[in-house]
Structure formats: structure tokens, C-alpha cells
Design a protein around this ligand. Structure first.
Ligand code: KG4
Ligand code: ZN
Length: 336
């Protein structure tokens, strides 16, 4: 076993085909191929995602190896996402990684996608110290995680229905914006008044979240408004986006504050695609500063789905001697 391992990592849990190479904990390359085909359908179509992974995977892996300047004989292991995610897409990445491990006679490492989102914080400085609280908010997941150590993580809160990114995307769709519309809501919201309209804050116990209520409230609000004025959305887009975004951000931040109080942590971190949201970053940043709490947000390319975070997790697994066997299968759902 090398103490300074070189690992090729592959991510294929949803609609991004990604590969990265890590050497001794340093990322040498990070390649992502996104799948535009889903825009036409207003959401990820699993069957089409699987096909696109099949088309992209060889090219993406080759690009990652080339960019890193690494050849197969220099690799100590190959790693991939085991789950959670979509079955077809996971099967493509896992089967491909198994084949590479066999062909190159190197160990296989499987990684939990949600652990990897958290470990993205260790790719670059500044790195949080343990324990810290991580809010992971993406198109598929919304979790509050108490991170005790690299691989010791406790989910202390999660969504009971839609994920935060999903609710942004569904709201965007209701307003006639293309998929995925989260970043567009963020962009329009910058010009709008967050107090223009009010939507209900979900009352969910403990540290859990629920976003289906605010989504339905927006639907009924728009239906009513459009009965009176066909052009209501175009005329008020910025205000609707700002007000809706304000409500979702408030729901997230309320639980972060509650979690910090309960756990007494001194550092908070944010991960996942919704970590790009400027209002969420702004509110958390200001609040953390005011409370004297350290605040961490990885670079955007490490927030959205990527293979560098899978590589970082694989590095930790390698040093701990965690390897997978050839009979390993995808895990579509998060293990409880
Ligand atoms: O982590 P990610 O790339 O993929 C998943 O694992 O889902 O997250 C994508 C999600 C999408 O729902 C997208 O709309 C949302 O992140 N998103 C945003 C912003 N940028 C991306 N949501 C709100 N504001 C943004 N600026
Ligand atoms: Zn993700």
C-alpha cells in the first residue's frame, strides 16, 4: 500500500459524468460532463441519464487521466460512487470502475455520495476542524450533518419531502423558467423585493425540513394571480423569485441556527448545488460572523456534483484500508 496514493475517481449518481485524479490528497484533475438532454423534459430522466453516462464515461475518464498526466500503471486504486443516486447511472459508473480495477489489477473503492459532498471541504484550504455542522443542499438531498471525523458523520436533520434544489427547480418551472432553474431564481431575486409576497414557513419538528408546502403555496398563489392578470408572472418575476427564495432560505437558516444551538459546534459548512445560492451564502455568512462561528463554503466546482469530492473520500478510505470486492452493488437509497 502506498502512503501517497494516486487514485482515479468516477462520479455517475445523477446527471453528471465526472472523473478526477487525486495524488497524496491533492486533486490533479477534475472533469465534468453535464447532460443537457434533461432540459427538454424539465427534470432528470433516469433512462436518458444512463445512456448519456455510457456515451461520456470513456471520454471523461481519459480526459481526467490526461489532464493529470497519469498513466494506468501509476494508479493505486480506482474509486466510484456507490450511492445514493439513480440505479442506471450508478450501474454505469460502478461496472466501469470494476472493469478498470480488474483490467489494471488495482483495488476498488466505493464512496457514499453524501459523505463525499461533506469531504469536498478538505480539498482546499481553509479546512474545517472537527466537529462541524454541514448543511448539504442539492437537487436530490437536504441534510444537516454533524461531522465528528472524516468518516464519522451523523445525519441530525433532513427533508421529509422535496430537496431544497428540487423545490427551487419546481418553482422555476411554475414560473416558466427552464430546468434546472435554481440559479435563475437566484439571479432574478437580486432585482426583486423579498417582502413583496409572503409564503408560509413550514412548521416541522426537530431539525427536519419540509418544502412541499411552500411549493404548493406558490402554485396556488400563481394560479390565483394569473386569473386576474395573464401577465402577472412576467410583470412580477423578480419580486416572486425574491420572496420565494427568501422563504426557502429562512427555512434552511432557522434549522442551521437551531442545530448550532443544540450541538454547540463552532464551525458550519455548506455543500451541494444550492450552496451556490447567493442569499443563502449571504445570510449564513453574516450570521456566522455575528455569532463568532467559523464558516466554510467550498469553491463552486466542488459544491455541485463532481468527482474531485469522490476522489477526496476515496483518499480517506484508502488510508483506512477500506476496499470493495467485485460483488459490490449500487445503493440507490441512503443507509439509515
Ligand atoms: O449538487 P447538484 O449539482 O446536483 C445534485 O446532486 O442534485 O445540485 C443541483 C441543484 C439544482 O436543483 C439547482 O437548481 C440547484 O442545485 N442550484 C441552485 C443554485 N445553483 C444551483 N439553487 C438555488 N440557487 C442557486 N444559485
Ligand atoms: Zn450531489
Amino acid at each position: 500500500m502506498s502512503r501517497r496514493p494516486t487514485i482515479l475517481a468516477i462520479e455517475s449518481s445523477c446527471d453528471e459524468t465526472a472523473a478526477a485524479v487525486i495524488q497524496d490528497g491533492h486533486i490533479l484533475s477534475n472533469i465534468v460532463a453535464s447532460q443537457d438532454i434533461h432540459q427538454r423534459y424539465g427534470g432528470v430522466v433516469p433512462e436518458l441519464a444512463s445512456r448519456a453516462h455510457q456515451q461520456h464515461i470513456v471520454i471523461v475518464v481519459k480526459a481526467a487521466m490526461d489532464q493529470a498526466g497519469i498513466t494506468s500503471d501509476q494508479l493505486d486504486a480506482v474509486a466510484c460512487t456507490q450511492g445514493p443516486g439513480l440505479m442506471g447511472p450508478l450501474l454505469v459508473g460502478l461496472s466501469f470502475s470494476k472493469a478498470l480495477a480488474l483490467a489494471w489489477d488495482i483495488p476498488l473503492i466505493t464512496v457514499n455520495h453524501l459523505q463525499a459532498h461533506v469531504l469536498a471541504h478538505f480539498i482546499e484550504e481553509p479546512r474545517p476542524s472537527f466537529p462541524f455542522l454541514c448543511l448539504t443542499v442539492s437537487g436530490g438531498h437536504t441534510q444537516l450533518i454533524l461531522v465528528h471525523d472524516y468518516l464519522q458523520m451523523e445525519v441530525i436533520g433532513e427533508t421529509q419531502d422535496d430537496a431544497a434544489g428540487e423545490v427551487f427547480d419546481k418553482a422555476a418551472k411554475l414560473m416558466g423558467l427552464p430546468y434546472p432553474g435554481g440559479h435563475l431564481i437566484d439571479r432574478y431575486a437580486k432585482e426583486g423585493n423579498p417582502q413583496a409576497f409572503s409564503f408560509p414557513l413550514a412548521d416541522v419538528p426537530d431539525l427536519n425540513f419540509s418544502f412541499s408546502g411552500v411549493k404548493t403555496a406558490l402554485l396556488y398563489f400563481l394560479q390565483d394571480a394569473l386569473k386576474k392578470d395573464d401577465h402577472f408572472i412576467e410583470k412580477n418575476r423578480a419580486d416572486i423569485c425574491a420572496s420565494f427564495q427568501h422563504t426557502v432560505v429562512q427555512m434552511l437558516v432557522l434549522k442551521v441556527k437551531k442545530a448550532v444551538k443544540q450541538t454547540n459546534v463552532k464551525s458550519i459548512a455548506i455543500a451541494g448545488g444550492v450552496a451556490a445560492n447567493s442569499a443563502l451564502r449571504d445570510v449564513l455568512n453574516k450570521w456566522a460572523h455575528h455569532e463568532g462561528i467559523q464558516w466554510f463554503a467550498p469553491r463552486m466546482e466542488y459544491c455541485t456534483d463532481n468527482a474531485a469530492m469522490i476522489a477526496m473520500a476515496a483518499h480517506v478510505h484508502y488510508l483506512n484500508g477500506h476496499f470493495a470486492t467485485q460483488d459490490v452493488v449500487p445503493e440507490v437509497r441512503q443507509k439509515r
